[in-house]
Design a protein around this ligand. Structure first.
Ligand SMILES: Nc1nc2c(ncn2[C@@H]2O[C@H](COP(=O)(O)OP(=O)(O)O)[C@@H](O)[C@H]2O)c(=O)[nH]1
Ligand SMILES: [Mg+2]
Length: 225
């Protein structure tokens, strides 16, 4: 019985996610779902990325947290449109669901953007289970979290299309084996691009930005055909 209920929730989400995906495709928008544990640096990576991409790329961000508009305040400094979702209004969910994205997108001019970034609620488990209608998923892992997290939370790393290894500026102060971390990511998801960077210094940002731009170009080409 419990399984049926869970399946029904996921089926409803799946339908709504497909609806979102069609709507974003009509507008030729590339949608990137960014996930991680709390504090690995999602907002910091996104602020730096937006600063590098704009105005060539026209982005918007939907950011989810259980409470506060802190991240929206930080992201807005870039000049990008930002919509903050607080999931305490939806029962304090630990992830963003497709219907939440549909509602948040009502506040965005979809004719004026090429890229919609979703900063998901900080959590390495639940967000990986919910399709929100995105085109690609990226996981941010920071060097303070331990090399073994990809092995402990494999679904997240299996479901993502790119990984960011953030806070590399801290490596001189840590006993962190970045090679082992990368190998663990690739053990779960062979061939996944892994972008090592510091959102603080901006070092290593460029290949990640190029990856996003390539996805945007690919999306526009597919949507035109
Ligand atoms: N040293 C260092 N600190 C970082 C870096 N990226 C983020 N932080 C810090 O890590 C903390 C959490 O970052 P935040 O962007 O809020 O992470 P989020 O919860 O995943 O969105 C903040 O204190 C940031 O200043 C980085 O590349 N290097
Ligand atoms: Mg954040």
């Amino acid at each position: 019985m419990e399984i049926k209920v869970v399946r029904k929730v996921l089926d409803v989400n799946e339908r709504m996610a497909e609806q979102n995906r069609r709507r974003f495709a009509e507008k030729g928008i590339f949608v990137l779902n960014v996930m991680s544990s709390p504090g690995s640096g999602k907002t910091s990576v996104l602020v730096k990325s937006l600063q590098h991409m704009m105005p060539e790329i026209r982005p918007a961000v939907i950011v989810g947290d259980i409470c506060t508009s802190n991240d929206a305040d930080r992201l807005s400094v870039t000049g990008s449109p930002v919509v903050q979702v607080n999931t305490d209004e939806f029962g304090g969910d630990c992830h963003l669901a497709a219907h939440v994205i549909e509602k948040a997108a009502e506040d965005i001019d979809l004719d004026a953007i090429d890229l919609l970034i979703v900063e998901n609620v900080g959590n390495l488990v639940c967000p990986a289970e919910f399709d929100i209608g995105e085109d690609a998923r990226a996981v941010v892992l920071s060097v303070t979290e331990g090399e073994d997290k990809p092995l402990k939370y494999p679904l997240m790393f299996r479901e993502c299309n790119a990984a960011v290894l953030n806070k590399t500026d801290l490596l001189p102060y840590l006993d962190y084996d970045i090679k082992a971390a990368e190998e663990n990511i690739l053990q779960i998801h062979p061939d996944m691009p892994v972008f090592k960077m510091s959102a603080k210094t901006g070092e290593g940002l460029e290949p990640w930005i190029e990856w996003i731009k390539a996805q945007i170009r690919a999306k526009k080409t597919v949507c035109k055909d």
